[in-house]
Ligand binder design. Structure first.
Ligand code: UN1
Length: 513
């Protein structure tokens, strides 16, 4: 296969020099150590980006804060127009950005394109939203009074995103926050620093052309220490963070200490329930894509398959059979379904999980393992595995960010499957495969799935941007993307206006002077 020319690819975004890493939009600067980026695709060193020091961060936060004061005075549709132009650039750069995501992160090129498509979609959504930041009006209990609420820009929003969706999750937050009138400081994953720089360059070019104040799109780079600058910063009223539950608990506590707000999108442990009335063909497609897509590194990846005993053997055999067709290899080659894991630490976690499930009594149906030889030199390519396991196993209760699918049996009614599905700490995505209306409606009812996402006859992953995205319990409770998720990026104000010559008090209180 022809080697991917990273220098040429980066040129598409205007990335040339090496002193990249911290930016308020107008310029890149940094005094920190270099963070090296290695591609999991071929192990190549593909670039380096400087990390953000405390002093750098101070400059970014101060600029963003100043920028916000000007940006909030722009009308929302005018801010929407900037996002529209940003979206034009995304459409123009969809292929190179999708490829860069694929090369730096390791997901298939199709999925890299899909991720950029999510950016395009959320920008479209945000542009429309810029004319729909509606508040309610209410009837006052006092005569000659009018009451309504309005939504004002919130301030500087901190966005901490993960390697697995290195560009889309940033845009879910920023596209909305920008039309809402906020400035954003983004810390992307230190595992995918080049894609962050590419996004920042695209935004900066459009923002500059439109004389958007400096700091409205800001980028910081680094590990958890840079995240701590953000979570401790009182100038940031909202921190939106995507990542592990462990990380989310730390972020939540730190931000809560200063009474800031958090939007958390943390781990999942997503299951598909397969009932006796399931369409087996669609079940197989949904489950296999859910389990092995993005090499099992989506928050929404299918981790568990809960299958009714009456169809268990049939479903198990069909899925094991489907795994034989999976092509693992260079994700830029469109013939491959599955690319590498993000890095060797991740490979270690994958191997540990496989060992653990055996130790706990699991029965491996499709053996895993690390691939070696030509095309697999990075050491990050692994075989998607399936194990028969029980829900209470420690390893099944834990989210392993890798293509391991646990399959388990349920007997009797849908209630039993529901108990298994909800019997984990995480609550992001869930699905049921059934053509039985009663089962489907039960699954969607108050007694049903306790997840933020509950699907019927589709898998657990691949949510559209139009809905609110997020989940309950250890998933953190946040909602981003569509529906009314925009409200968290604004502050609500209730206004009461008296247009009479009297001053009546609420609750009928008399106060005569
Ligand atoms: C994530 O894994 O953090 O629903 C986001 C999906 C994608 C987004 C996943 N649209 O699978």
């Amino acid at each position: 296969a022809k080697k991917y020319d990273i220098d040429k690819a980066l040129e598409a975004f205007g990335i040339k020099d090496e002193n990249l890493g911290t930016s308020t939009g107008a310029e890149f600067f940094s005094n920190g150590e270099f963070i090296e980026s290695f591609s999991p695709v071929d192990g190549a060193h593909i670039g380096k980006v400087k990390s953000t020091t405390k002093e750098d961060y101070e400059k970014v936060a101060a600029t963003a804060h100043e920028g916000f004061k000007a940006w909030r005075k722009w009308t929302a549709p005018a801010r929407g127009e900037v996002v529209r132009q940003f979206n034009d650039e995304l459409r123009r750069l969809k292929a190179p950005l999708g490829k860069l995501v694929s090369y730096e992160m390791g997901k298939s090129y199709q999925e890299g394109l899909g991720e950029v498509q999510e950016m395009i979609d959320i920008c479209d959504f945000a542009v429309g939203l810029s004319r729909q930041l509606y508040g309610l009006t209410m009837h006052s209990e006092r005569p000659g009074h009018r009451m309504y609420e309005q939504w004002h820009p919130l301030g500087v929003v901190g966005v901490i995103s993960a390697f697995n969706f290195p560009v889309a999750v940033w845009s879910w937050n920023t596209a909305l926050a920008w039309v809402c009138g906020d400035a954003c400081i983004w810390k992307g994953s230190e595992k995918t620093p080049l894609t962050s720089v590419a996004c920042q360059k695209i935004a900066a070019s459009v923002f500059e052309k439109n004389d958007v104040p400096a700091g409205i799109s800001s980028l910081v780079t680094g590990d958890y220490k840079v995240g701590e600058y953000m979570t401790n910063d009182e100038r940031l009223p909202l921190i939106s963070a995507t990542g592990s539950t462990r990380m989310g608990k730390i972020v939540a506590q730190t931000v809560a200490k200063r009474l800031g707000k958090t939007l958390l999108e943390l781990g999942g442990n997503n299951a598909i329930i397969v009932t006796p009335d399931a369409d087996i063909k669609n079940t197989v497609i949904g489950a296999v894509f859910g389990a092995v897509g993005t090499c099992g590194q989506r928050c929404t990846s299918t981790r568990r398959l809960i299958v009714h005993e009456s169809v268990y053997n049939q479903v198990r055999d069909a899925i094991v059979d489907a795994y034989k067709q999976i092509r693992i290899g260079n994700p830029l080659d469109e013939n491959n379904h599955v690319g590498p894991l993000i890095d060797k630490d991740s490979v270690k976690n994958y191997l540990n999980a496989l060992e653990q499930v055996k130790k706990e009594g699991g029965n491996v149906l499709v053996e895993g393992g690390v691939l070696e030889g030509e095309g697999y030199e990075s050491g990050c390519y692994v075989k998607p595995a399936i194990a028969e396991a029980e829900n209470h196993f420690k390893i099944v209760q834990h989210e392993t960010f890798a293509p391991i699918l646990y399959i388990m049996k349920y007997a009797g009614s849908i209630e039993n499957a529901m108990e298994l599905q909800n019997g984990v700490r995480q609550g992001l995505s869930s699905a049921i495969m059934t053509n039985n209306l009663r089962e489907a409606e039960y699954f969607l009812s108050a007694e049903g799935s306790d997840c933020g996402i509950a699907n019927v006859n589709i898998g657990t992953s691949g949510a559209e941007i139009g809905g609110a995205f997020g989940g309950e319990k250890d998933t953190g409770g946040g909602r981003e993307s569509g529906s009314d998720a925009w409200k968290i990026y604004m502050r609500r104000q209730t206004n009461t206006i008296n247009y009479t010559t009297e001053l009546p008090l609420a609750q009928g209180i008399k106060f005569d002077l």
